[in-house]
Design a protein around this ligand. Structure first.
Ligand code: C5P
Length: 442
């Protein structure tokens, strides 16, 4: 959670007192916590206690001229990595479902560009009321995620049932999962629920000898972000990653490989899939004469000659599968010039449904950086997106993939007339053995 910006919206319920502990635990984990309190919340706990714990001012008013000048509700909402509403009362849930924005909390939520996490807390009868259940269903359909409510005794004597706000560890686990760092199962209501998505990410390393290798500057950030976004969208995700220094995305079955040949075998082992996204910067060539021992410098001898051979083209192989081809096959084109021209050519030569093209010339800082500017190239044309963070590109791309697979646009027979049928079958059975498979504990 280090340096993650959490916007906590505290609603008016007795469970608000749990937020004081929640803030402490989040800050212990390195999170930066900003708090918006509704008027009703201030009847249960004071802004003073909250600000003492967050070490930040607490935001309470929509029409506070100072706030609007310094930090308005749009910035409050956009600057957050995650928004948690806790306790979420029946009233705040109803307002969210109806799109109301008549106070700071609801305005922040309506202005948000990311779905919030909701921790309901209310009397069981209020929770079970058809009106509340309708509102919850509507919000879930909009992509809003819920944690709880738990079952149990209410603060009111003699009342029990579903309606208790989840405990701090559960809130933190749900937030972590949302931030792509924790562990959560696929979201059954997500747009990719029930789909299997295979994603390649990162570079490959092609050994020269036991200590040296050929590599490239790919960080894996974009591919890993796509894996996390697909997982959030409810998909079962298999991520096949080359050597990277970033962590495995939470809840994603991540297989670690080194070479292009291992990646190809792992992909074959991970299929069948509904969607395959080939984001990895696979080395085009490997050393033909890999040395079993470290190549030694011999006095007066010339440098060793490296002879290169082409690596298997994994994207093309999968896109041209005659049986078992994923319905949607997506490639990436990392180009340093004539980006669209090369991407369009690649769409044809690879036989995939979509090419995500980006300019990786060193001035763009895309390779290894946190931002990206991409163009989506299909047979129907080009859609260019403005520059944004790689997480945002991932989120939007996943939404686009869900739309394409839903509308059935994908899986038109754009597959290249590849000669690599036999190659496509090769390695399938060995994949699980070959890939150093690392299962993430759920
Ligand atoms: O041909 P080029 O490397 O530019 O193509 C990029 C696309 O093809 C990416 O989607 C990449 O993951 C995929 N690729 C592959 N296997 C290779 C080379 C590229 O899957 N050997």
């Amino acid at each position: 959670m280090k340096n993650k910006r959490i916007l906590l919206i505290i609603g008016g319920g007795i469970a608000a007192y749990k937020c004081l502990d929640l803030i402490r635990r989040l800050r212990e984990r390195g999170a930066i916590v900003r708090v918006v309190m509704t008027g009703a919340a201030q009847q249960f706990i004071t802004p003073l206690s909250v600000s003492a714990l967050t070490n930040e001012r607490v935001f309470t008013e929509l029409f506070d001229l100072n706030d609007e000048r310094e930090i308005g509700h749009i910035r409050l909402s956009r600057e957050a990595d995650a928004i948690l509403v806790a306790p979420a009362t029946a009233d705040i849930i109803a307002k969210m479902a109806g799109g109301h924005a008549n106070d700071l909390a609801t305005s922040v939520l309506l202005a948000s560009d990311k779905p919030p996490l909701i921790a309901p807390a209310m009397n069981p009868r209020m929770w079970l009321n058809p009106a509340t259940q309708r509102n919850v269903a509507r919000l879930k359909a909009d992509g809003v995620r819920f944690v709880g409510p738990d079952q149990g005794e209410m603060a009111e004597r003699g009342e029990a049932g579903p309606g208790r706000m989840s405990e701090t560890p559960d809130l933190i686990a749900a937030l972590s999962a949302m931030l792509g760092m924790g562990h959560s199962g696929p979201d059954a209501s997500g747009p990719l629920s029930g789909k299997h998505v295979v994603i390649t990410s990162g570079p490959t390393h092609e050994p020269i000898d036991p200590v040296r290798y050929i590599a490239n500057r790919s960080s894996g950030k974009q591919g890993h972000a796509i894996a996390a976004a697909a997982q959030r969208a409810g998909a079962r995700v298999t991520l096949i990653s080359g050597p990277v220094t970033i962590p495995d995305p939470a809840g994603v079955d991540t297989w670690h490989i080194e070479t292009a040949s291992e990646m190809k075998a792992a992909v074959a082992g991970a299929l069948p899939a509904d969607i395959a996204v080939f984001c990895a910067a696979v080395a085009d060539w490997r050393v033909d004469n890999e040395n079993g021992q470290k190549i030694k410098k011999a006095k007066g001898a010339p440098p060793p000659a490296l002879s290169l051979v082409a690596n298997p083209d994994i994207l093309k192989t999968v896109a041209s599968l005659k049986s078992g081809r994923p319905r949607l096959v997506v490639g990436f084109a990392a180009e340093t010039e004539k980006v669209l021209e090369h991407a369009q050519a690649k769409l044809k030569s690879k036989g995939c449904d979509l090419i995500v093209a980006n300019d990786v010339s060193s001035a763009t800082g895309v390779m290894g950086g946190d931002r990206n500017c991409v163009h989506l190239v299909t047979r129907d044309g080009v859609t260019s997106w403005p520059e944004m963070g790689k997480d945002e590109v991932a989120q939007k791309l996943v939404e686009e993939l869900a739309r394409l697979i839903e509308t059935g646009v994908a899986n038109q027979p754009s597959a290249a007339k590849s000669k690599s049928k036999a190659k496509a079958r090769a390695g399938r059975g060995d994949a699980a053995k070959n890939a150093r498979k690392k299962k993430v504990r759920k």
